[in-house]
Design a protein around this ligand. Structure first.
Ligand code: UGA
Length: 465
């Protein structure tokens, strides 16, 4: 590892983004203090425990612990910091706009503890265009003995995906730095030098991908950086919705969406990723960010029909899963449905806006009983989905036993290699509605239905009960 100019960094907020940022910067050689108002989280982190599940993060935390401190105390951390990251949550309000209460609170607490020298305040939370200026005003109002040139606000949006957060942070496609003051961009370029030059030793558990060279550095104005974050998420969301819309037509004209997306994805202008048709997107970002853009458009009297359609199609996909079940089973009342996968995507225990949630809710409304399984998220669901009525299965086998149908809602790797021939023998009716395209081979007995493809069955299923 090349020696680096080590900076003092404070990271406010220890959610997915804050925690990942803090641990990654410490790994790169900086001295980092993570701040959170939640004493429980700080106690856990101080003990070396993680409040979230993210593959590899536990190991990176161990490898970086000498340069990491956790606290609830702004006054101890902010005056020492050369760079202060704001990474607090921005949950959606009923209007669709993000709730900026925590950002305002963090900015105020930062302002009250600035040291009077040049400090760079970085917005990493996803915030509407214009928030950087707003944060600057909050700091100006609350800074003690405010005078010019004592701080610079930079927007540095985060593009990491849950489940692959370490990989995305260490080997990003680009680093976006938006500021109206070149001193902010200069200091962050210094902070990110090990990433920009890829001069750090890659951890064995997150190896540098072969062929990867360096991230692109994109420097912009403050508002453009804020817009880049929203536009990127919105584009990815609409790419998925586009695939889902075409999938619906594929079903009607006897085409196969997997063949179609492979065909269009080979065009380098389109690219193969984010074209997997299925139950649609979930998670804390795409829904929130598309709604926020639409509602920003409304504020300016500007309609955004493409984004509205993307959201509508996404909603439709969740209903589609249920109607496929209904086509096969007719009345769902009294039927037992096994739901495989609860997290909004694999390799995370995050349940926010997970399509599985809406499906379980709808199934029980229709009178079905649900037995659900997830390799990681079941424990969290016990706390966060206590309003839903389902039973937990300790294994896939237990979930599927006696079921009238299986619904695959998350593409966990462990669901890709299941012995469906064996599993189906234990079912009341051997039917798989695979909303994530994980089932490759059609089992000996039974039917598999995937989104955008012809239903497949080798032989007529024998209903054993
Ligand atoms: C997303 C973006 O991908 C990140 O770049 C961004 O930093 C992040 O939001 C954020 O704003 O914080 P994430 O929400 O972690 O990341 O999850 P994705 O991997 O993007 O998946 C989102 C959803 O789309 C999942 O439910 C996934 O199952 C679904 N999806 C994804 C599809 O239905 N089809 C696809 O082809 C790809």
């Amino acid at each position: 590892m090349k020696p680096i100019q080590s900076l003092n960094v404070a990271v406010v907020g220890t959610g997915y983004v804050g925690l990942g940022t803090a641990v990654m910067l410490a790994y790169l050689g900086h001295h980092v203090t993570g701040i959170d108002v939640d004493q429980n989280k700080i106690d856990m982190l101080t003990r070396g425990e993680l409040p979230i599940y993210e593959p590899g993060l536990d190991q990176l935390l161990v490898d970086s612990r000498d340069r990491l401190t956790w606290t609830t105390d702004y006054a101890g951390a902010i005056p020492e910091a050369d760079v202060i990251f704001i990474c607090v949550g921005t949950p959606p309000l009923p209007s669709g706009q993000p709730d900026l209460r925590y950002v305002a609170k963090a900015a105020q607490s930062v302002a009250e503890n600035l040291n009077g020298k040049l400090q760079v305040v970085v917005n990493k939370s996803t915030v509407p265009v214009g928030t950087g200026d707003w944060v600057a005003r909050i700091i100006e109002e609350h800074a003690v003995d405010s005078h010019a040139n004592r701080y610079v606000v930079v927007s540095n949006p985060e593009f990491l995906r849950e489940g692959t957060a370490l990989h995305d942070s260490l080997y990003p496609d680009r680093i976006v730095l938006g500021s109206e003051d070149p001193r902010g961009t200069a200091r962050l370029s210094e902070l990110y030098a090990p990433l920009l030059e890829q001069s750090f030793d890659a951890p064995a558990y997150v190896p540098r991908p072969s062929g990867y060279t360096r991230p692109e550095l994109v420097t912009t104005g403050l508002s453009s950086a804020e817009m880049i974050k929203y536009a990127a998420n919105a584009f990815l969301a609409l790419k998925i919705s586009f695939a889902n819309e075409i999938a619906g037509l594929c079903e009607r004209v006897d085409a196969d969406i997997q063949e179609v997306t492979r065909g269009i994805g080979c065009d380098s202008r389109i690219g193969p990723r984010f074209l997997a048709a299925g139950a649609g997107w979930g998670g804390s970002c795409f829904g929130k960010d598309t709604s926020a853009l639409i509602s920003t458009g409304e504020e300016y009297g500007y309609s955004m029909p493409i984004l509205r359609a993307a959201v509508e199609i996404n909603q439709r996909q969740r209903h589609l899963v249920i109607s496929k079940l209904q086509q096969h089973l007719h009345r769902l009342k009294g039927k037992r449905i096994a739901v495989l996968g609860m997290a909004f995507k694999p390799n995370t225990d995050d349940l926010r806006d997970a399509p599985a949630h809406d499906c379980i809710e709808r199934l029980t409304q229709l009178g079905a009983t649900v037995c659900a399984h997830d390799p990681i998220a079941m424990e969290r669901a016990r706390r966060e989905w206590s309003h839903l009525s389902y039973t937990e299965a300790e294994s896939v086998e237990a979930a599927v036993r006696g079921a009238d149908a299986v619904l695959v809602m998350t593409e966990w790797d462990e669901y890709r290699n299941l012995d469906w021939d064996r599993l189906m023998r234990g079912m009341r009716r051997p039917l798989i509605i695979d909303a994530r395209g994980v089932v490759r081979d059609v089992p000996e007995f039974g039917e598999v239905e995937q989104i955008g493809r012809k239903p497949r069955a080798k032989r007529t299923a024998e209903v054993t009960a």
